[in-house]
Design a protein around this ligand. Structure first.
Ligand code: GLP
Length: 237
């Protein structure tokens, strides 16, 4: 695991945006794995600015998002699809047909998870995956536990995640209790991984994930075993 130490959220965003832009410029047909949450907002802003300046072209890029809440339709402002449209997709020239996010409103989430996993396989896998980390060490919605699901699956969110993510909702009762999420194998099969973590609250968990034993109780610790992963963080100053 390569580690890039940065001093601020702004610097983290800039380093990560540059890595993504460089990847797309080197491989215009990149299959780009994308993440949501507050962490990548700055990254997406910088990518949109670079696109406006003509520094990067997304016309041939395919995107696959990590996860989506169950029970939220794509026009729900709390859905990850809505987030992606607002923060990135409407600002760049990615072809709508090449945007993929699990369908949180699917009547059969198990079938939807299988469809999504097959879709990623049919794309030839993910070239570059952007990841954030939850406060409990989760990546995507792969929650700590006795085992980690390998493939895209319906994930039951832990109390801690529901509480952490309730800041985006008016009432914590509104936070969905499950999601469709890529599995650990889906993510670890990505050619490259960028792991972006900022903020004091996550630093203790991050240190365990990067330097402690690999454990299902900290799903992000599995990233230690990826051979082309970079962590960009302000936690290690
Ligand atoms: C959610 C997402 C994760 C994300 C995490 C951290 O739980 N499923 O992909 O990494 O939130 O979010 P934030 O960046 O807002 O702390």
């Amino acid at each position: 695991m390569k580690i890039v130490k940065v001093k601020s959220y702004e610097e983290m965003s800039s380093v990560v945006a540059d890595l993504i832009i460089a990847e797309v410029n080197a491989n215009p047909k990149t299959v780009l794995g994308l993440a949501t949450g507050s962490t990548p907002v700055g990254v997406y802003k910088l990518i949109a600015e670079a696109y406006k300046k003509g520094e990067v072209d997304f016309s041939q890029v395919t995107t696959v998002n990590l996860d989506e809440y169950c029970g939220l339709s794509s026009d729900n402002p709390q859905s990850y699809r809505y987030y992606m449209n607002e923060n990135l997709f409407k600002h760049i020239n990615v072809n709508k047909a090449n945007i993929h996010i699990p369908d949180g409103a699917a009547s059969d989430p198990f079938a939807e998870a299988e469809r999504y996993e097959s879709l990623i396989e049919s794309l030839g896998g993910i070239d570059l995956q952007l990841l954030g980390m939850g406060h409990n060490g989760h990546i995507a919605f792969i929650e700590p536990g006795g085992e980690l699901p390998a493939k895209t699956h319906q994930a039951r969110l832990t109390e801690q995640t529901i509480k952490a993510n309730s800041r985006f909702f008016k009432e914590s009762e509104e936070v969905p209790v499950s999601a469709i999420s890529m599995g650990i194998k889906t993510i670890m099969n990505a050619g490259k991984i960028i792991f972006a973590v900022n903020g004091n609250q996550k630093c203790e968990v991050l240190k365990k994930a990067l330097f402690g034993p690999v454990t299902t109780m900290i799903p992000a610790s599995v990233l230690q075993m990826h051979n082309n992963a970079v962590t960009v963080t302000d936690c290690l100053n």
